[in-house]
Design a protein around this ligand. Structure first.
Ligand SMILES: Nc1nc2c(c(=O)[nH]1)N[C@H]1C(S)=C(S)[C@@H](COP(=O)(O)OP(=O)(O)OC[C@H]3O[C@@H](n4cnc5c(=O)[nH]c(N)nc54)[C@H](O)[C@@H]3O)O[C@H]1N2
Ligand SMILES: Nc1nc2c(c(=O)[nH]1)N[C@H]1C(S)=C(S)[C@@H](COP(=O)(O)OP(=O)(O)OC[C@H]3O[C@@H](n4cnc5c(=O)[nH]c(N)nc54)[C@H](O)[C@@H]3O)O[C@H]1N2
Ligand code: SF4
Ligand SMILES: [Mo]
Length: 595
């Protein structure tokens, strides 16, 4: 049996073993304790059902791999070109193509379609975005699942939260919300205000953890003043919760070992960084950092503490709003920007206008359809790699399971193109893989991150520890008074009667990989639509015809279109927040029946 790891963009980064004589049978390995004997349907089913791209193509014709690589080399030689990498495979070797961009005068991207705003907020408060280990989550008494759909996106965490008090804060009554002891169906985009309000009430009742605050976050009096700048009554009205809801929540949080499991759902907004800062500030008020069974878990910085041989300083464009039109060629690697980036109409128009669009991936998708050069990639079983994780501390070697005639690895692609361009070769593949592996620390049978802390922030904040926690002291969101609200609406060009658009993850797909969602929009029955109604969902950025699925699990001011529904990002705004993060949630839509 050969040891590897699941390459997919998922909290769980499961350990996988595979027999080279039967590579379709992937079984749970034991190099990550949370894998716990089970892989999800993505690995035992979906990945095998997905048809691979097997043939290189240039201008609609099948060609040999070397002809296709020649075409790539001439498309980027002496031209302004951009490398846009997605998160189709999270192996560290994906980034080796940065070295191609460096040697061949390409530009890259920075920022995120995923978790960047939240991470920026965490870094502002704590200095670094450390992992909260599953073992600490296991020791908690109360688990607040805050904008994370754990049964779908993070299923291996379930045994760690068994038998605990579960509180869920989510505009959608998810499966975990239905199982919860307390469920708050907040209005979207209100988590900042909720967290500030909670901190304020805790301090009003003198229930803050003064001892911890005095030692680790001495500016807490200023933070209290900051929270007092928000009017309680108007905020309660705005966020759609009652004083009773807040009271129940406060009661559950005090004098207990509390963990917040925060997902990407809370931060897909222009204020996404402030939202994480406010949640962190609430945790600090309760003294939850550096304490057994307590803390805030988010998508952790998986490369924290590692030297990355693929870090390059190059011209770089923001991920969420990449201006493809500034370039004559682009290489799309491991992603699907025509579908996954916000404001698809803009993205597709610009991708179509490129002289050369090179798609380097495993599957056909909306972006490969626009490409004039297609390079099939090798999948994770056909190449060596190393896997880190944003949900646990373990590093895994991903061993090649079998050889295949299909496609080319990212390492070989880089090396081959450099050769055609007469550039110096990069170091050997083994050199880079060892470079990563030798940075890990051994713990029993496992490899773990060199800066792993069993009790994160127990020696203070910042990279080295010893720093204070930095409370949020500045915030701007112009919802607060009616005049400002009108301005805000004008800026987002939204009307009062329109619905917040939510685009959560779905269980059958991994972003745009695998089986895509059927073209539905979920709406509350109160809005008057019936199951099966054909509707046009419109935002100022575009419109989409969909079929209604009525659901009482939603608020009546929301429309839910799962993020794997083809075309969903036609509706989302071309904006980016702190952390150069896409603001998928900053949009309202109007739903009209198709007559
Ligand atoms: N099966 C499956 N698993 C996946 C993925 C997948 O596509 N499919 N994708 C992977 C990736 S790339 C990522 S980043 C993670 C993301 O993992 P999650 O963060 O769990 O995923 P989301 O579904 O984006 O959002 C979680 C929840 O946030 C809620 N939400 C939306 N807006 C708000 C808001 O304003 N406030 C609050 N409180 N909640 C809100 C949604 O209703 C949803 O239930 O999942 C990973 N795992
Ligand atoms: N509206 C809305 N939009 C969203 C989101 C949302 O919640 N709402 N979520 C956002 C988030 S969190 C994320 S992370 C992004 C994801 O968006 P992208 O990063 O664009 O990822 P995918 O769309 O899943 O595309 C992955 C592609 O990678 C390719 N691939 C897989 N493995 C390999 C490999 O080993 N090598 C190469 N070369 N290619 C490979 C496959 O062909 C696949 O089609 O989407 C974002 N888009
Ligand atoms: S749960 Fe996540 S990491 Fe584990 S096999 Fe499924 S997709 Fe891969
Ligand atoms: Mo993501």
């Amino acid at each position: 049996m050969i040891q590897t790891a699941c390459p997919l963009d998922c909290f769980d980064a499961c350990s996988v073993v595979c027999d080279s004589s039967n590579p379709k049978k992937l079984v749970a390995g034991n190099l990550v304790p949370s894998t716990n004997g089970a892989l999800c349907a993505h690995l035992y089913k979906h990945i095998h059902e997905q048809e691979r791209i097997t043939k290189p193509m240039v201008n609609g014709k099948e060609v040999s791999l070397s002809e296709a690589l020649d075409a790539v080399a001439s498309a980027i030689k002496d031209k302004p070109w951009l490398l846009w990498r997605g998160s189709g495979n999270l192996g560290v070797m994906q980034e080796v193509t940065n070295l191609l961009a460096k040697e061949a005068n390409g530009a890259i991207t920075h920022g995120s379609l995923c978790d960047g705003a939240g991470e920026a907020g965490i870094i502002a408060s704590r200095g670094v975005n450390r992992l909260l280990p599953l073992e600490q989550i296991k020791k908690s008494e109360v688990v607040v699942v805050w904008g994370r759909n754990i049964t779908v996106t993070n299923s291996h965490i379930m045994p760690y939260i068994k038998d605990k008090t579960i509180i869920v804060i989510d505009p959608v009554k998810t499966k975990i919300a239905k199982m919860a002891d307390l469920y708050l169906q907040v209005k979207p985009r209100c988590d900042f205000y909720l967290a500030i309000l909670l901190s304020r009430f805790i301090m009003m009742e003198d229930a803050e953890n003064r001892e911890w605050l005095e030692e680790n976050a001495p500016e807490f009096d200023d933070f209290y003043d900051f929270t007092r700048g928000f009017r309680i009554k108007s905020i309660l009205e705005y966020i759609g919760l009652s004083l009773n809801d807040i009271g129940d929540l406060l009661l559950a949080l005090q004098n207990r070992r509390v963990v917040f499991l925060v997902g990407a759902g809370v931060q897909r907004h222009e204020i996404g960084d402030s939202t994480l800062r406010a949640i962190d500030a609430l945790a600090a008020t309760l003294g939850l950092f550096g304490k057994e069974g307590c803390g805030v878990s988010y998508l952790a910085s998986s490369k924290l503490g590692f030297n990355n041989p693929f870090d390059v300083k190059l011209k770089s464009e923001p991920k969420a709003t990449t201006p493809f039109s500034k370039y004559s060629s682009a290489i799309i690697q491991g992603g699907n920007p025509a579908e996954s980036m916000p404001c698809s109409n803009r993205v597709i128009k610009e991708l179509k206008e490129l002289d050369n669009l090179i798609y380097f991936g495993l599957y056909k998708n909306e972006s490969s359809k626009l490409a004039n050069i297609i390079i099939p990639a090798k999948n994770f079983l056909e190449k060596d790699d190393v896997r880190l994780s944003y949900g646990h501390e373990y590093m895994q070697k991903m061993n090649k399971v079998y050889s295949s005639d299909i496609g080319i690895s990212e390492y070989d692609f880089t090396q081959e193109i450099l050769k055609i361009l007469n550039k110096e070769p990069i170091k050997s593949e083994d050199y880079y893989i060892d470079f990563w592996l030798k940075q890990a620390v051994k713990k029993d049978d496992y490899l773990i991150s060199p800066v792993f802390q069993e009790l994160p922030y127990s020696n203070g904040f910042g990279e080295e520890g010893g720093d204070e926690f930095e409370f949020i002291d500045d915030f701007y969101d112009d919802y607060e008074d009616i005049k400002a609200l009108t301005r805000f609406r004008k800026r987002l060009k939204i009307n009062k009667e329109e619905l917040w658009l939510l685009t959560p993850k779905s269980s059958k797909s991994l972003n745009t990989q695998f089986k895509r969602g059927s073209k539905i929009v979920k709406l509350h029955p109160y809005l008057g639509f019936k199951d099966g109604d054909r509707v046009l969902v419109k935002s100022i950025w575009g419109e989409l015809e969909l079929t209604v699925n009525v659901s009482r699990d939603l608020r009546d001011d929301c429309a839910v279109i799962p993020c794997d529904v083809p075309g969903v990002n036609i509706l989302t705004p071309p904006c980016s927040s702190e952390g150069s993060m896409a603001c998928y949630g900053d949009v309202k839509v109007r739903v009209e029946k198709v007559l």
